[in-house]
Design a binder for this molecule. Structure first.
Ligand code: FAD
Length: 378
């Protein structure tokens, strides 16, 4: 049949490209055809991705900067065996496209998917310009269409500047992740300072709140920071966006039904941890697991997060919703009382229950107990 592909991926963003890369690496595209449908004509450097990881993920050549220590409340702390890595999206997009370029079974289409329907033996994919058929359809980028009314109770907003210091240098050895020394304005606000060289880097104002941080307000914060710190700067790029902090996309099952042919990936599939917004490596792991399942004929995996981590996230989200300013006290205490490595392991959802008891016992216990009671009632 014309326009028939074994796989169609909607979206050439983070999750779509990770999946295309994994299918190719797994040898699934040696004979079968893949179509990648991306609506945007010109995907440029639309964001940066940061993540922490141990060895394997640090070797990716699209990473431009790695830090083995973090500034935490004015102190430099080693995060070994982790490294914190920074990549620009266009470097990642090019890296994947280059790795796929030699395979003539991979096809690219600049078009918008308008409708997808399961027709029993496969999936009809209607785009603006044509009709395609796939055995499996993987969809990214559609989370906004799933959100109704007040579904998203909190947003993580970013307003970032890539800056160049004029006639100055700064310490490029370590990155600052959660600097709460900026005015909170009855929200949870913090600053990222990621020095990419001695005179260039990314500074980003981040906010957790029911309302998105307006660009002008974020830029006002950044301007104030530069003045306070005596940085004479040139702004090279501006990044401004928001992602949902919501349990809405959590998956209650670990796998799809055996006959599922329409598979969500990326944010709508629950890739972002609701309380941190990190998800780049989760998308990569999900892509690898999907490729492995397709190769071995197993049922396709969902991004399944253990119940207790979903519960911890729900408590924090609820607290931030009711008391938007409390994030500063909670996160500052978390990083003060625990080694950074343990905090990162906890945020990765890889800690043991005993480690979690240790962490929670050092936090604001009455606040969390109140949140547990509220959670139980609802
Ligand atoms: C500014 C910003 C910074 C972030 N920083 C980090 C970070 O540092 N670390 C981290 O782990 N996470 C980060 N995230 C969160 C997350 O990793 C990103 O949002 C990530 O891009 C989500 O991947 P995705 O594949 O779900 O969506 P996207 O990367 O947005 O890709 C979806 C693609 O689908 C296309 N598309 C949508 N609908 C259609 C359609 N109907 N037809 C065809 N194409 C379509 C879109 O054009 C888009 O290219 C950040 C998010 C933002 C917004």
């Amino acid at each position: 049949m014309q326009n028939h592909y074994r796989y169609i991926i909607q979206g050439a963003g983070a999750s779509g490209l990770w999946l295309a890369h994994s299918l190719n690496e797994a040898g699934l595209l040696a004979f079968d055809q893949l179509l990648i449908v991306e609506g945007e004509a010109n995907k440029v450097n639309d964001r940066t991705w940061c993540f922490w990881s141990t060895e394997e993920e640090q070797k990716f050549s699209f990473i431009d900067t790695r830090w083995s220590s973090l500034n935490i409340q004015g102190e430099r702390q080693s995060i070994s065996p982790y490294q914190y890595s920074h990549a620009r999206s266009h470097a990642f997009y090019s890296w994947v496209r280059e790795s796929l370029a030699k395979n003539s079974n991979i096809h690219w289409l600049n078009d918008w998917v308008e409708d997808v329907s399961d027709v029993g033996d496969g999936v009809n994919v209607q785009t603006k310009k044509g009709l395609y058929f796939a055995d499996y359809f993987f969809g990214s980028g559609q989370w906004k269409t799933k959100v109704k009314g007040n579904d998203i109770t909190l947003w993580q907003s970013f307003v970032g500047w890539r800056i160049r210091l004029i006639n100055q240098t700064w310490d490029a050895q370590s990155a600052t992740l959660m600097d709460f020394s900026i005015p909170q304005s009855d929200t949870t606000r913090f600053l990222y300072v990621l020095p990419l060289s001695e005179s260039e880097g990314l500074i980003e104002a981040t906010q957790f709140h029911a309302e998105r941080l307006p660009k002008e307000e974020g830029e006002f914060i950044l301007r104030q920071i530069c003045t306070q710190r005596g940085w004479d700067i040139e702004i090279v790029e501006v990044e401004c966006d928001a992602i949902p902090m919501s349990p809405l996309f959590n998956q209650n099952q670990s796998h799809h039904d055996s006959n599922a042919r329409i598979i969500e990936i990326g944010i709508a599939a629950g890739a972002l941890k609701p309380t941190t917004g990190y998800g780049f490596l989760t998308m990569r792991n999900h892509a690898n697991q999907i490729a492995e399942a397709l190769k071995t004929g197993n049922v396709l995996p969902k991004i399944y997060r253990k119940r207790r981590f979903r519960f911890y996230d729900a408590l924090l989200l609820q607290m931030l919703q009711e008391n938007p300013h409390r994030g500063k006290a909670i996160f500052e205490r978390l990083f003060q009382r625990q080694p950074a490595q343990l905090v990162l392991k906890f945020l990765d959802e890889k800690t043991s229950i005993w480690e979690e008891i240790r962490i929670f016992s050092q936090l604001q216990v009455p606040w969390f107990l109140k949140a547990v009671i509220h959670y139980a009632k609802h």
